[in-house]
Design a protein around this ligand. Structure first.
Ligand code: G6P
Length: 368
């Protein structure tokens, strides 16, 4: 087993560091030499797409959080209405599904039973089923009409890391592919996003190279009883993932909130020294996030913010700022999740937890 860890103390840390490679594998196999997107496993035509008036993205856990980002990618790039739900809820809510629905299942293992049963239900009602799966030949992939395999490689750590960033890559590519099919984006604009996507492996690596900063932060903040994650827009989606990552491996009571909702309840819980992780990577929401940081600071919070390089105004209000490289707003989750994963990892490891196999959790949940 130690040989398989290749010098890393845990599989989780190894897998966090494998993300530049995983993301790169996931897109390079889908770009021809002119950087056109070619998705072999997806046979949906322009005509088929005209017939689709709604997308449901359904998944569990971290894959669900990837789905939330995917929803915004489809809406922004491909202009298709999308709903995203956790599989254990979707199945029991009588969703409107017919032959004009595209159902997208997201699953690392391809064996999560709730996701699989949701897929079967959607199929029974006439939906076309596309899946984003990591394990080749898994149940979810076998029962799908269209498949996009992520190339994360085997993920051993129970807490999902590299599967997430490859799932995001998958969503960006599929959304761009649909944008091309439907004509909602011109070739030039598509190329701009693809070119930026190609920068992601390098940018992720540049964040991993700063792991010492996060390690030091973890050494100061590992003893908290509660931690809040907040953000707006895509950062609100990512706050969910940051919070899940922390709670599942560190056992700290962590919450996440869309920052605009703070004043409707959660701010009552902010006290002196409450640790707040504030995600502020979205240009159009940046000022609003700075205001939210001021609100929690005024109640005594200790704020660790994540922002894009060059956006330094935030330093006046947050206690500490970690900068991710400048990129398109839509792509920031693929970068901003890295410090969140590292924070969860180092806190868990300092607390002496079994990082790769956290208590009470399973890698793949095959019960309903
Ligand atoms: C379990 C794992 C999570 C994972 C979720 C969905 O809860 O602990 O890390 O995100 O299942 O798994 P899937 O294989 O469907 O992506």
């Amino acid at each position: 087993e130690s040989a398989e860890k290749e010098g890393y103390e845990h599989f989780t840390l190894k897998e966090i560091h494998e993300q530049p490679k995983g993301v790169k594998e996931t897109f390079t196999r889908r770009l021809d030499k002119n950087s056109n997107i070619v998705l072999d496993g997806i046979t949906i035509t322009a005509e088929d797409l005209k017939n689709i008036n709604k997308i449901y993205i359904v998944a569990c856990g971290t894959a669900y959080h990837a789905g939330l980002v995917g929803r915004r990618a489809f809406e922004t790039l491909a202009k298709i209405p999308v709903e995203c739900d956790v599989a254990s809820e979707f199945r029991y809510r009588d969703p409107f599904i017919d032959e004009h629905t595209l159902f997208i299942a997201v699953s690392q293992s391809g064996e999560t039973l709730d996701t699989l049963q949701s897929l079967r239900e959607a199929k029974r009602k006439g939906a076309r089923v596309l899946s984003i799966v990591n394990v080749v030949g898994s149940s979810v992939s076998r029962e799908s009409d269209d498949i996009f395999y992520t190339w994360a490689g085997p993920e051993i750590g129970v807490a999902s890391t590299k599967a997430f960033t490859t799932q995001l890559t998958a969503f960006y590519l599929i959304a761009l592919h649909f944008a091309k099919l439907s004509g909602s984006m011109n070739d030039e604009r598509i190329k701009e996003v693809v070119d930026e996507l190609k920068m992601m492996p390098e940018m992720i690596q540049s964040i991993l190279d700063q792991s010492e900063k996060i390690q030091k932060l973890a050494a100061r903040q590992f003893n908290n009883e509660k931690v809040f994650f907040m953000g707006r827009g895509l950062d609100a989606d990512l706050a969910l993932e940051g919070s899940l990552k922390l709670k599942e491996i560190s056992y700290i009571n962590s919450f996440s909130i869309a920052a605009g909702e703070l004043k409707h309840g959660t701010i009552a819980l902010i006290e002196d020294n409450t640790f707040v992780v504030a995600l502020a990577t979205q240009d159009k929401l940046y000022e609003k996030m700075v205001s939210n940081i001021k609100e929690v600071k005024a109640r005594g919070a200790h704020v660790f913010a994540i922002a894009k390089a060059g956006k330094t105004v935030i330093e006046k209000s947050a206690d500490e700022v970690f900068y991710i490289p400048e990129t398109l707003d839509l792509l920031t989750p693929i970068l901003a999740v890295i410090p969140l994963q590292m924070l969860a990892y180092y806190i868990s490891s300092i607390r002496g937890n079994d990082v790769d196999k956290p208590r009470n959790l399973a890698k793949s949940v095959t019960v309903e």
